[in-house]
Write a protein that binds this ligand. Structure first.
Ligand code: NG6
Ligand code: CA
Length: 507
């Protein structure tokens, strides 16, 4: 990569008579369950996300971008490691007390950056497990993000609907009083502790499915938890809390190259925007949480601007999987959606093998480096690790599924991926060029959320360029293409594909 060396003249440092060029900073912002249609950048006039749109309009706006998976853990696993998540049988939605999914000696994007002289941080949603499977939350929790390449981490262990509902900074629960120890159990409740079932009168948000275990801040969660009162997060302050940590990290590291993974918790359930954003969207908590997420992006951008870092910082914005309205709480997301199409017109959403599951917003912005462009190239988060390796001149020795598409990400080429295996709750689909093939799977058409999950009785083939909505199965019409795609798909997924797999139960 010559260009940034030439263009970043202002950041050239002179030392010991030698010219040393500062490496570009890299920031990955990953929203949680934000759909293709949830950002106004793609033309929806229903929710306004001006800060996210700025990255899209001034940078490269991808229309064919994918998360590797239709749920969080596998999707994040792929981004972090450059490996297809379906090759790891444990890469599925993890509970809050799950052990670290990534091996300590595994190659990760953070480790790569660290080895290249970057200071690294993970801030926000994690959901990749932490600890050894038998966590004592009252001691430093290891291994975690810090053991796989992050110099600094400040995280929620899993999701905002799962216990423990505390922040974990460098492995330590923030604000914990040792006299009120935290206990977590995903199987059974602690004696005498209220749950959504025993104490519904304590709820200020009600559950629709699942989410009826421990109550924290009046919100019922997944899993049981006891103690740790002084450490409990305040849901409405989570955005402010994490952007504060982000700003600290930027200020402390403005003089050295850094890599920041910023996991936004919005608009995942429970949707609890700060009161500043309540009513902002007219769509209730889900829309308001999206407006809040957009504000977070604006704050990050403004801070980079203030610190004079924009010209030397590559910003990538995306989402871990597609959208869902009713993900288990009665928060009026369905009722108030109106004309809003969270998946942007694609079929399905979170949990789905249809495009709505994995087709996500994706923008790459680098002031002075990227030119405004809309790219139809097929790109995937899986490829970030190899592409960033190319950017910083790192020679990846490991055999990864990730490929280098740096020029595509920077808008300099339109030759994106030719093929991609997509995953949704243990099932797989295959995209090749303009076509998507979905093998048959058992199970119902929709899951508890109401999203169509892509269980079809027979092999289906769609031309998603001509018909992005995926209602027109052309398997019979293009029988030969189907056969070719099937054989390529089976070769790629050999040893992992199972025809009889049923999606994990939502609970
Ligand atoms: C499901 C939860 C859902 C959400 C999801 C993980 C129920 C019924 N549903 O099991 O609310 O937490 O897991 O979402 O409990 S993800 O975006 O992190 O993958
Ligand atoms: Ca998610």
């Amino acid at each position: 990569m010559k260009t940034w060396i030439l263009c970043s003249a202002t950041t050239i440092l002179y030392g010991c008579g030698q010219r040393e060029v500062q490496k570009p900073n890299v920031i990955v912002i990953l929203a949680d369950d934000l759909g293709y249609g949830d950002v106004s950048a793609y033309g929806s006039g229903t929710i306004h996300t001006p800060n996210i749109d700025l990255l899209a309009k001034e940078g490269v706006c991808f229309t064919n971008a994918y998360a590797t998976s239709a749920t969080s853990t596998p999707s994040r696993y792929a981004l972090m490691t450059g490996m297809y998540p379906w090759k790891n049988k444990d890469a599925k939605i993890l509970p809050g007390d799950a052990p670290l999914l990534i091996k300590e000696d595994q190659f990760t994007i953070a480790r790569m950056m660290q080895q290249s002289g970057y200071t690294t941080a993970a801030i926000g949603k994690w959901h990749l497990g932490m600890g050894n499977g038998n966590v004592d939350w009252n001691e430093t929790v290891r291994p975690g993000a810090n053991e796989i390449g992050y110099d600094y981490s400040c995280l929620i262990a899993a999701t905002n609907d799962r216990v423990p509902t505390v922040y974990v900074e460098n492995g330590n629960v923030v604000g914990l009083d040792k006299n009120d120890p935290i206990e977590v159990d995903y199987e059974k409740n602690f004696e005498g502790e209220p749950t959504a079932l025993t104490h519904p009168e304590m709820l200020r948000m009600h559950w629709a499915h699942g989410h009826n275990n421990s109550i924290v801040n009046g919100i019922p969660r997944i899993g049981y938890m006891k103690g740790g009162k002084s450490a409990l997060w305040k849901d409405e302050d989570m955005a402010d809390y994490f952007i504060g940590k982000v700003k600290n990290f930027l200020a402390e590291n403005k003089k050295r190259p850094f890599f920041l993974y910023y996991g936004l918790h919005q608009p995942h359930v429970p949707r609890t925007p700060n009161p500043r954003f309540v009513g902002a969207s007219g769509m209730g908590p889900r829309g308001d949480a999206i407006v809040e997420a957009d504000w977070c992006v604006g704050e990050l951008y403004a801070e980079l601007d203030k610190l004079g870092l924009l010209e030397n910082t590559l910003i990538i914005f995306s989402s871990d999987n597609g959208p869902v309205l009713n993900d288990g709480y009665k928060d009026m997301a369905v009722e108030l959606a109106g004309k809003h199409k969270p998946a942007g017109g694609f079929r399905g959403g979170k949990y789905s093998l249809f495009e709505g599951g994995t087709r996500v917003p994706f923008f790459v912005y680098w002031k002075g480096e990227t030119r405004p462009k809309v790219s139809d190239a097929i790109v995937c988060q899986l490829d970030l690790i190899s592409s960033i390796a190319a950017l910083i001149g790192y020679d990846v020795k490991e055999k990864l599924d990730s490929r280098n598409f740096l020029d595509v990400f920077l808008g300099k080429s339109d030759e994106g991926r030719e093929e991609l295996v997509l995953e949704a709750q243990g099932r797989m689909a295959y995209r090749n060029g303009d076509y998507v093939m979905i093998p048959p799977y058992k199970g119902s058409e929709r899951n508890l959320t109401g999203n169509e999950v892509g269980n079809l009785p027979d092999f289906a083939l769609f031309n998603i360029k001509e018909e992005p909505e995926q209602y027109c199965n052309i398997a019979d019409k293009e029988a030969q293409r189907l056969e070719e795609m099937k054989s390529r798909f089976f070769a790629l997924t050999k040893g992992f594909y199972r025809a009889d797999v049923e999606e994990e139960e939502l609970k």
